[in-house]
Design a protein around this ligand. Sequence first.
Ligand code: C5P
Length: 221
Amino acid sequence: MIPVLTIDGPSGVGKGTVANIVANQLKWHLLDSGAIYRAFALAASKRNIHLDNTKELLDLASNLNLRFESDPANNGLDVYLDNTEVSSELRTEKTAELASNFAMIGALRESLLIRQQQFRKLPGLVADGRDMGTVVFKDAPYKVFLTANAEERAKRRLKQLHERGIAGNISHTLEEVKNRDERDASRKHSPLRPSEEALIIDTSDLTVNEVVTRVMALVKV
Ligand code: C5P
């Protein structure tokens, strides 16, 4: 049984940062499932495939040429789509918004399921996303759900964008974060919600190190 630690939560909560640090400390593999949805959205928009064109979307999902390479400087992973590095393009709010629209399609989520489950390899996996604990790794022995108030998440998201040289302002980012959460939490398929077994951590007033310590304590017991 290969252990999995799932880290779910809304956008801007710091899942990626925490997942990356914890994966490094445990020396486990890392899955950034949001990057799969973002890369898919980018590929579909480059090919002009519309949201209602289920057949072409599913064809693309099964042929998506996507590769992750470990890069500690870039939140853990560099992402290659069709052999081109797309990590920066992937991080923009425009791509996130597109991803969240494609992520509502149940059949598409189904077809991306195995691609995500294939990351489960020894000695273990840290998986971050929206439905890691509720759907993709339902049997995971360790589950965490991170929350923080929307203002704090917008601030964190903006800081992250600025560090990557991407422009943005706080009121606009707050609006985007709220809209995307609303869509992710209210969708029919795999909505954003904590698994019943998840340890819920409100990170609003915690440092990254404090969150990491709590998550590590869960895995170490
Ligand atoms: O986590 P990230 O912000 O990169 O995710 C981008 C979008 O992809 C989310 O807003 C969500 O709609 C979708 N997503 C999802 N399920 C996941 C990960 C991401 O639906 N497991």
